[in-house]
Design a protein around this ligand. Structure first.
Ligand code: PLP
Length: 388
């Protein structure tokens, strides 16, 4: 059976050449990057080269990059680290209702610790309401954290404008760019962003390694205590192989972004056209243009996403209902709910997230497999009967 993987926002297949670059560090080059001997120096040099490559992907200075265990840790470090560092200045933070749970639950944790958090809403396309954000700012606001691009629907947020607003008021600005990094061009040189999280496994690198960009002068308190690793901001022996893999994946992404944006946008829109030409009552979730090139989230009226996912899986097609964290529960997606999607319709949504390996043949396979599944499920759905 053909296998079609279209769940690249959950994770990507690591590139062969990235794995090759990592292997020596699991074998002969096993030094600790903090050791002074030749083994250690080899590891240190490789970590620093990877740091420069990640910095180039973002357009920042290499000494402003801190390696972490992934996007989740980078988000936790940014949010808790700034809250701890600035608590004498204020106790209020602003975020967005459709953030990843790494951000939302860090904020919830801080609420228990006594901080106040405003969760700003989004419009029907998933774009943050800037007016609401502006009026949420108080003299006690110490941090604004809003994602660059949403993982479920792909909507791209106006981070430059938000950053400018924050800067005018002297407020620290963090963005979770885990879905944006390596997918769309980024140049932070002149962007008003203080902290930015990324994760290697979302751009064809290894799992378990990520980074936090911390602009020089940003006050932050470490969340892991131990040795003097990573400019004393993140203790723990460096994951040398993972970091090397992340660096190489970043270097390749930087070169390939323009070409990949074109290829994936074309394929995504081809897939959408194919689906809508054969299936009635399908709606896109997310912004039509301000959207990640690889992401297509659609809802099929009268249905439940989980059953579509399972039926597609039987055909060898891997997609998801949105975020990997909420699947398995019947809770409606917090993202679609915040976008104001009718509660009866939030369940019937499917996310196709394409990747560099996907071909037109993959899209054709999906376009052929999906209509009979949708028809069968709709024939079984009591809502479908009523809706006619
Ligand atoms: C995947 C993801 C994360 C978490 O990154 P991990 O490296 O898997 O911990 C955070 N934010 C967003 C938007 C993501 O898509």
């Amino acid at each position: 059976m053909r296998k079609v993987y279209m769940d690249n926002n959950a994770t990507t297949r690591m590139r062969e050449e990235v794995l090759e670059a990592m292997l020596p560090f699991y074998k002969d080059e096993y030094g600790n990057a903090s050791s002074v001997h030749s083994f250690g120096r080899t590891a240190r040099t490789s970590v620093d080269e990877a740091r420069a490559k990640v910095a180039r992907l973002l357009g920042v200075a290499r000494e402003d990059i801190i390696f972490t265990s992934g996007g989740t840790e980078a988000d936790n470090l940014a949010i808790k680290g700034v809250a701890n560092a600035l608590k004498s200045k204020g106790d209020h933070m602003i975020t967005c209702a459709i953030e990843h749970h790494a951000v939302l639950n860090s904020c919830k944790y801080l609420e228990k610790e006594g901080f106040k958090v405003t969760y700003v809403g989004v419009d029907k396309d998933g774009v943050i309401k800037l007016d609401e954000l502006k009026s949420a700012i108080t003299p006690k606001t110490i941090l604004i954290t809003v994602m660059w691009a949403n993982n479920e629907v792909g909507t791209i947020e106006p981070v430059e404008e938000i950053g400018r607003l924050a800067k005018e008021k002297g407020i620290c600005f963090h963005t979770d760019a885990v879905q944006a990094a390596g997918k769309i061009p980024m140049d932070l040189e002149n962007m008003p962003i203080d902290l930015l999280s990324i994760s290697a496994h979302k751009f064809y690198g290894p799992k378990g390694v990520g980074a936090l960009y911390i602009r020089k002068g940003t006050k932050i308190i470490p969340q892991l205590h131990g040795g003097h690793h990573e400019m004393k901001k993140r203790a723990g022996t460096e994951n040398v192989a993972g970091i090397v893999g992340m660096g190489y994946a970043a270097e390749l992404a930087k070169i390939e972004i323009p070409q990949e944006v074109k290829q994936l946008t074309g394929l995504r829109d081809y897939l959408y056209k194919g689906i809508t030409s054969k299936i009635p009552e399908v709606t896109i979730n997310g912004h039509l243009t301000k959207r990640l090139p690889n992401t297509l989230n659609v809802r099929f009226k009268y249905l439940e996403g989980e059953s579509i996912v399972l039926n597609l899986d039987l055909e060898g097609i891997a997609v998801s209902t949105g975020s990997a964290c909420t699947s398995g529960s019947l809770e409606p997606s917090h993202v679609l709910t915040a976008m104001g999607v009718d509660p009866a319709d939030t369940q019937g949504s499917i996310r196709f997230s394409l990747g560099k390996d996907n071909t037109k043949e993959d899209a054709d396979y999906v376009i052929a497999a999906l209509p009979p599944i949708i028809q069968r499920l709709r024939d079984m759905s009591p809502l479908y009967e009523k809706g006619r």
